[in-house]
Design a protein. Structure first.
Length: 213
């Protein structure tokens, strides 16, 4: 085969590649789809961009509810429905197997990272404090913010009521459920200015009407 034939073959290959590149550029220009103004699917979780502590970069502290009041009024049935999200990674039955996450039976009040047979992350193993109502309430809002480096990939529950209902349900998953604390004592609101309200001025006595004889 002489050089002329090789030149024709090389020219045909280069021409084909050039045609493919031009076709790709043209198709991208014709069928370009602008990005949606709003995502079609939002992952459930907590975004704290506007409520972060500028010094530490951690989520802003959220006021805790009065667990003695909110747990007593919580919907356990609603919490059971919410727990279906947990069951993707956890078993909730007594003596159930560990899955991606540990079994959650008896979770409320249990020491953190102590369920037998589960390989916890080093981040979770840094503390064995009990899973109190307060600890669960904060953790379920944003697991990665409370325990950075945890293997739990769940984004969290934005709704405070969802967390309360879920905790109320998880509390029932025990042979001896943790007691609900008594409601916090209500304090009387302080008067404006911080000064005690002045006693009303005494009304001057009216002279007695003369008796008729």
């Amino acid at each position: 085969m002489d050089s002329w034939e090789w030149n024709k073959i090389a020219g045909a290959v280069l021409g084909t590649l050039l045609f493919v590149v031009i076709l790709k550029l043209a198709s991208e220009a014709i069928f370009e789809v602008p990005p949606p103004a709003k995502p079609g699917y939002v992952v459930e979780g907590v975004q704290e961009a506007a409520g972060t502590n500028s010094a530490s970069g951690q989520p802003a502290e959220e006021p805790l509810p009065d667990f003695g009041t909110v747990l007593a009024a919580a919907s356990v049935s609603s919490g059971q429905q919410i727990s279906q999200r947990c069951e993707q990674c956890h078993d909730l039955s007594k003596g159930g197997p560990n899955k991606i996450g540990p079994d959650l039976w008896g979770l409320v009040g249990r020491a953190r990272a102590t369920h037998a047979g589960f390989d916890y992350s080093s981040a979770m193993m840094t503390s064995h404090a009990a899973w109190t109502y307060e600890a669960l309430y904060r953790y379920l809002k944003s697991p990665q913010a409370v325990v950075p480096g945890t293997k739990m990939s769940f984004a969290g529950l934005r709704s405070s009521q969802d967390r309360i209902d879920l905790i109320a349900y998880l509390r029932t998953l025990s042979d001896s459920p943790e007691p609900i604390p008594p409601p916090a004592a209500k304090t009387a609101p302080a008067p404006l200015g911080g000064k005690p309200a002045a006693a009303p001025a005494a009304t001057p006595a009216q002279p007695a009407a003369p008796k008729k004889i």
